[in-house]
Design a protein around this ligand. Structure first.
Ligand code: SAM
Length: 282
């Protein structure tokens, strides 16, 4: 029998459509036709790993058990996880200079701050939030406040990396050198240098797997939510529903930060526009 490699298999339009439908229904992610090559390439690895001969057989297998482990692997394979420390830094600037001073004033009675990084990928976003809290709160007289960051993602693969909190030197280049020294411990991993986020910055973060389309096992209220470069994969009705749910779990005065290309134009919502990609609950 000739050897058949996954790369040589055809992903038919019908199979791609079946896959796209279930991914939309489950994760809200819209997979346009232009993603066909990408999906084919990424799934080739799963076919090889499982020794499944064709895309049709693979998709049949996944769809037979949409709550199974392979569905999680499938979502891992197709999700885009690009992120970095201090990505879209104007948000962290706004957080430090404008929003945290307001939150500290507002929450004097509870001395608590609650944040959510929704779609946290490999952790750079929630760790950056933690760094900003650590750098800013002492100056606001709130050093010993009870601070918690919930960090969630649908992908178990990126969550494992996030939970480990250890990054290659290249990954922390976007962190200012003085902050780098205060926030990371140099280590070696497999003989290579790397940097571990300091325990005090990790302690305030709770990582959990959460599909944003499902029920949320919490009610907030959050003082701010980062949902950046996630909604870009969702269509307008899905965005609208999600933005409404964020509104409901934010505290009055709470902020929703969205990604640079995720304006809420055309999405019905109750937020007050503060500036591009920054929205406040009244
Ligand atoms: C491009 S990353 C953005 C990471 C980070 N927020 C940032 O802006 O740097 C998008 C993340 O959204 C996650 N994601 C996509 N659909 C999701 C869903 N339905 N529920 C939860 N997370 C989802 C992906 O797994 C991925 O890690």
């Amino acid at each position: 029998m000739p050897l058949v490699y996954a790369e040589d298999q055809t992903l038919t339009r019908a199979d791609f459509d079946r896959l796209a439908r279930v991914i939309y229904d489950t994760a809200g992610i819209t997979l346009g036709e232009q993603k066909m090559d990408l999906v084919r390439a990424r799934l080739a690895k799963r076919l090889r790993a499982l020794n499944v001969p064709t895309y049709t057989a693979y998709i049949d297998m996944v769809l037979a058990n949409p709550n199974g482990d392979e569905f999680v692997e499938l979502l891992d394979a197709i999700s885009t996880n690009l992120t970095s420390f201090f990505r879209e830094n104007q948000h962290f600037d706004y957080l430090a200079k404008v929003h945290l001073p307001e939150v500290v004033k507002r929450n004097q009675a509870t001395k608590r701050i609650r944040a959510w990084s929704a779609g946290c990928s490999s952790g750079e976003e929630p760790y950056t939030i933690s760094i900003v809290l650590g750098e800013t709160l002492p100056d606001l007289g709130a050093r010993s406040w009870d601070t918690r960051i919930l960090a969630t993602d649908i992908s178990t693969r990126v969550l494992r990396k996030a939970q480990a909190g250890v990054y290659e030197p290249d990954r922390i280049k976007t962190v200012a050198p003085d902050i780098r020294g205060r926030c990371f411990d140099p280590r070696t991993r497999d003989g290579e240098p790397c940097f571990a986020v300091k325990p005090e910055l990790r302690q305030r973060i709770v990582f959990n797997r959460l599909n944003l389309m499902e029920n949320w096992p919490f009610h907030g209220p959050f003082d701010f939510i980062f949902c950046r470069n996630v909604m870009i994969y969702f269509d307008k009705p899905t965005q609208e529903k999600l933005v409404g749910r964020y509104y409901d779990v934010l505290a009055p005065g709470g902020i929703l930060f969205t990604g640079h290309s995720e304006s809420l134009t055309g999405v019905k919502h109750k937020f007050k526009f503060v500036q591009a990609t920054i929205y406040q609950k009244g």
